[in-house]
Design a binder for this molecule. Sequence first.
Ligand code: ZN
Length: 387
Amino acid sequence: MVRDRTSKPQRNPRLRGLQCLRCDALYPVTLAHDGCPACRRAGFHVALRASYLPEGDADGEAHSAHGMPMPYTAPFTLGEGQTPLHDMPQLAQKFGVARLALKDESCNPTGSHKDRMTAMGVSQALDFDAHTLVLASSGNAAVSAAHYAWAAGLGCEVATYEGMPATYTRQLDALGARRYVFADNAGRWAFVRERSQHPGYFALSNYRLPALGSAPLAIEGYKPVALECMTQGGLPDHIVIPTARGDLAWGIYAGFRDLLAAGRITRLPKLWLVEPFPRLSRVFAGGAINGSYPGHTAQFSTAGATVTYLQWQAATATGGGAVVVNDDQAREARGLLTAAGVSAELCAAGGLAALGQLRESNAIAPDDHVVLMLTANAASDPTWPDR
Ligand SMILES: [Zn+2]
């Protein structure tokens, strides 16, 4: 791949600012992502999203390369996206649905869905003349950021945890990313927040508590998943998504919402957010969105005690919900995927177990079409092989 490292990504001229998910207040685009100050004063911790001027003139199409507005019409890229969608007819039959397909995000350049977000984040960093990406990560996001930062000529600092598996630390060290070790998410986010206040640093991940989510323009990078699902396999009825704080789920929701607004689809698929222990589920049972819901899990990519407004909105606005899959259930599902020739990170395998639960409760019907987001494969998963 030939890259011109001297050229800046081209920002969409229709990007008019960042807008609150809850109250629609409009703010300018900056490197900071502290959520909506108006909602915070009212006691709600709510992220902002990219907001675009409507299209309608002759050059409108040029600003929507993916059939939906994106923050950068010529982003920095390492070739992420356009991942394959694999039909799994035997698993569909076993779970009693008309159609089951796996969206294989392990085919992204560094092996996970995170590359979609990192590409847009690096584009914003270059656009705003930042010199260093900083993020808190349990693994996949850090590896993705380190690779993309290296390729873009940016620095990378990662707030991580003791005992980060060597499969990750080796890659971070080889790519010149600096690692800072903290005992918990609060410590990691405080570090990222402090760094982000220095000129030239761009925080890719969440850094606030209560949690908001990752950088809004970066999250836009997940929107093309919606278009790809539709063009590769038709509009699904349900999408099952492993979830920590909901960046991916919200990005997919936003993508389908754009397609709905453009008249390209007539309904939204229901998004089901899979979690390793009850968090969003407890919010649906009456808990506070910004409460703390701690738990332990081997599904390290979806660990954490927080819920965000982002993920709550992705589930409620689509008529979906939350599904709890514990580690034993995820391991059993991974066994089924492995037998079918599919390599899956443990939390990604959890999506198949979630499908089983959703069929049992009839939230998913026998004639439905389901897509599972295979966020990463087992190659970098320290819990593989299962014990
Ligand atoms: Zn607001």
